[in-house]
Write a protein that binds this ligand. Structure first.
Ligand code: ADP
Length: 198
């Protein structure tokens, strides 16, 4: 069985596609991907990702839900971190939440694919460095920050896929937390294309 990069190198000219994000189904990764339709704060896993703002001091949307659920100690720890730049990621405890850690990342405002890609990459790298084996992502930037949902989902899926291929022994499961019906429909389609999930 070829790994995906081997498959790609062997077949790219024949398939006649040019993008690395081509929708080639890779069944070997399918068992590492899940979706969760609901509130990310309910997940009892190693780490949940927060779509934070650069102050890290809490805000609306998923950020507000995470801070409410975790309680005031989360804000106290966040206050020691000196904020966070767009595309970067920082880890804290999760306090009263069932998860062990919160990984805070700051998404771009509007459609900026390189920045959004860095959010997913850096969150996964911070996870790996901290021994996180199960991690859930909200749809970063697609709420208050106004990134269109489908292009954001493509960035999320292609970046996670690339990370899992490059780091086969680090993370056991990546969960896409889909809070909105519209994201559930988008991911249903794209997960099939990127990961072969039915
Ligand atoms: P951003 O500022 O990065 O756009 P938002 O929190 O406004 O962040 O929105 C990001 C996504 O998180 C949206 O899809 C929104 O519907 C979703 N969301 C809001 N609350 C929750 C929650 N409790 N759990 C998971 N996702 C949530």
């Amino acid at each position: 069985i070829l790994t995906w990069p081997e498959f790609w190198n062997k077949n790219k000219s024949r398939i006649g596609v040019t993008s690395e994000e081509v929708e080639i189904v890779d069944k070997s990764l399918a068992n590492k991907i899940s979706i969760w339709e609901g509130d990310i704060t309910k997940l009892d896993i190693d780490a949940i990702v927060n779509a934070a703002n650069s102050s890290l001091m809490g805000g609306g949307g998923v950020d507000g839900a995470i801070h409410r659920g975790a309680g005031g100690y989360l804000k106290q720890e966040c206050a020691t971190l000196g904020g966070c730049d767009v595309g970067e990621a920082k880890i804290t405890g999760a306090y009263m939440l069932p998860a062990k850690y919160v990984i805070h990342t700051v998404g771009p405002q509007g459609e900026k694919p390189e920045k959004l890609q860095r959010c997913y990459e850096n969150s996964l790298n911070v996870a790996k460095q901290n021994g996180v084996r199960t991690i859930a992502f909200p749809c970063i930037s697609t709420g208050i920050y106004g990134y269109p949902q489908k292009p954001a989902a493509r960035v999320a899926l292609s970046t996670v896929k690339k990370f899992l291929l490059a780091n086969p022994d680090s993370i056991d499961r990546v969960i896409f937390c889909l809070f909105l019906k519209s994201d559930q429909e988008i991911y249903e389609d794209l997960l099939q294309k990127y990961f072969g999930l039915e």
